[in-house]
Design a protein around this ligand. Sequence first.
Ligand SMILES: *Cc1c(COP(=O)(O)O)cnc(C)c1O
Length: 419
Amino acid sequence: MRTERSHELFERAKQLMPGGVNSPVRAFGSVGREPLFIADSRGDRITDADGNEYIDYVCSWGPDILGHAHPSVIDAVKTACERGLTYGACHEGEIVLAEKIRGHFPSMELVRLVNSGTEAVMSAVRAARGFTKRDLIIKFEGCYHGHSDGLLVKGGSGLLTGSVPDSAGVPAGAADCTLLARYNDLDSVRELFEHDPESIAAVLVEPCAANMGVVPPEPGFLQGLRDITTEYGALLIFDEVITGFRLAAGGAQEYYGITPDMTALGKIVGGGMPLAVYGGRHEIMECVAPLGAVYQAGTLSGNPIAVAAGIAAITELERTPGIYGELDRKTAKLEAAARNAGLNVNRCGSLMTVFFAGKRVTDYETAQSADRSEYARFFSYLLDNGIYAAPSQFEAMFVSYAHTDEDIARTAEIISAYR
Ligand SMILES: *Cc1c(COP(=O)(O)O)cnc(C)c1O
């Protein structure tokens, strides 16, 4: 595999951007290689700057559930561009998208469009605090909720493989209001509530964790969170930035049948453009400006191009009724292949992680027991065989509707042969 051109670009990029990248996990640091620079993408394939083509299981970290460059999404964007890139004013597309979102997520009675998952979760937490008039929040070790100050505590994703366990530059005060619990451990949540029964605004959770590798909720975990938060008058916030429109059209809340008070969406909801959403019950969202005292704004929020891409992507999902069954079936083949090769796999729908860990991974601690250098070897094996998987042990493989049966079969064969 020739990588001269990617190498050359990486050298240039390093002169201009920290580590040559605009998001840390792209640097391939934890798999001991240099990043590939992508020049083109279509369907289930990406092509790098040297002309190598790969079957892609990163799918831009989730947004590309329909595959890359889906014609309906591209057409919608082109059409929208003709009418200008941004207005900084209201337009009908925002309403159409919000109606679609509420149709699939009935718990999101009022929504606000923002530009990134980070912003969506940060704003949801602020609204939760404004509504409950409480300051503390509970998050889980290994869950990632974007890079806002208060949420960079045992954060998951790139934080798990970076050189710093958590982020420098976060004042102690910013993290003081974040309490940590263990994923899949209701007792750890109950203890925090017993200690601070009237100060906890919300429990924030990835309803299926996917940023310490895929770690599904154990039966009863989400229901337990629902019960405990209700008992103590705190809100339950589902961070569905990955799981929204991924596990089902109505996200993890539909998939597991648990209704949160607030939800954050990102990734798929923008169809590949920078768009994210937070929302929840009327009385909570009525605390947000201009109706209420919780301030949150955005020059490019509800950007017409991003909104057009989001509407097109969701419309396409709606037009493809069997899509979630298909995604499940395809990903199950990859799971079976990995088990064939004696590997330890967690899977939930079209999200899957092969863990190089000796035991079943159910939380941050068991995820951390995984051998990163073994994963690096697996990653390189896949890449050298034309398969682009996440360049980190603590991420998901994403399967899209564009993954053809042939490419799934080929991938399964390569995984099965791993020794
Ligand atoms: C990706 C992600 C975020 C952050 O979204 P950005 O758009 O990268 O800011 C937040 N929460 C979860 C669960 C995510 O996977």
